[in-house]
Design a binder for this molecule. Sequence first.
Ligand SMILES: Cc1ncc(C[n+]2csc(CCOP(=O)(O)OP(=O)(O)O)c2C)c(N)n1
Ligand SMILES: [Mg+2]
Length: 393
Amino acid sequence: MALTHRSTNLLKPLSAAVPFTSSLRRLFSTDDATAITVETSVPFTGHKCDPPPRTIDTTPKELMTFFRDMATMRRMEIAADSLYKAKLIRGFCHLYDGQEAVAVGMEAAITKKDCIITAYRDHCIFLGRGGTLVEAFTELMGRRDGCSRGKGGSMHFYKKESGFYGGHGIVGAQVPLGIGLAFAQKYSKEEHVAFALYGDGAANQGQLFEALNMAALWDLPAILVCENNHYGMGTAEWRAAKSPAYYKRGDYVPGLKVDGMDAFAVKQACKFAKEHALKNGPIILEMDTYRYHGHSMSDPGSTYRTRDEISGVRQERDPLERIRKLILSHDIATEKELKDIEKEIRKEVDEAIAQAKESPMPDPSELFTNVYVKGFGVQSFGADRKEVRAILP
Ligand SMILES: Cc1ncc(C[n+]2csc(CCOP(=O)(O)OP(=O)(O)O)c2C)c(N)n1
Ligand SMILES: [Mg+2]
């Protein structure tokens, strides 16, 4: 069947990779801190640009940070799944497990003065921006102390003070907003960039191309990141896109195809893209990634793809396991030490959930805050549009 035939392609990047041990070399710098050079799983493919090199320098500290951050994200999403099933989280809920390397690698290349805007699969991007587990779970449960005061829920996490502009439910709509952020940065002569994340499904929308045209005309420091997890809801990319080479879809705008399951490849690509965007204007990064969960909690995720495909990606390309292997092969930590870290994270997540449950529901008066401009009031009419039914504060 076509589905199975196409699915096997998803396993390609890591299978084609050089084994960890032979692709790595350990160097010792003068201050005796261990520097490590790693090679990305596969080379980058460029469109209208010379791709960056596959080698990237790192440190044991960075490897351990990547491990901890990704393991925390993974655990948070698994816990959100259970809370949803226990009906403590209601409404829409889209999980990010599988895609963690994109959030972690991107953060490693940029600062909090650079902006990020994304769609509804936003929990881990929020953590990457420095959001806490308590704020995340509190928001997920619609409580007062959540990052959006319990009024946004899963799809509308924000952290403006660290350059995170949400969390958007209308597919693709965050991209023109992201270009607007880049415009603001250029207008205020800041040396920062805006990352606008969208999915492979959203990549077929017209508004993307309109926004990109303006970004290119005005050389805006915008980086469009297509998180290609190969499905838009239950539709495989090849059913929806005539050309699934999303990094080339900007035509006159340069692009780079990146293994989005390799945090180091993501970091290298984002660093490259930031330098490019500040000098030359927009660029597209296609992150080849995968979501383990279904589209949202209402999708079991196994009707339009095979279980073998999911377990194959887990085995061959899992972003967390890739970092674990690197840590072990460099004797930075033992298997037991890594397991202990994961146990600690499990405890941190459980404690955050317990704390989030203590947060009260928002006050009913909050229904009208952040909705209308304060002081102007809004008249609400009946269906006939003639009779005023209520005057909102
Ligand atoms: C304008 C619009 N059309 C349709 C939807 C319904 N919808 C929600 S998510 C989604 C699929 C998007 O897939 P993709 O862009 O690949 O992102 P992913 O969910 O894979 O991260 C659709 C069609 C929507 N929210 N907004
Ligand atoms: Mg998708």
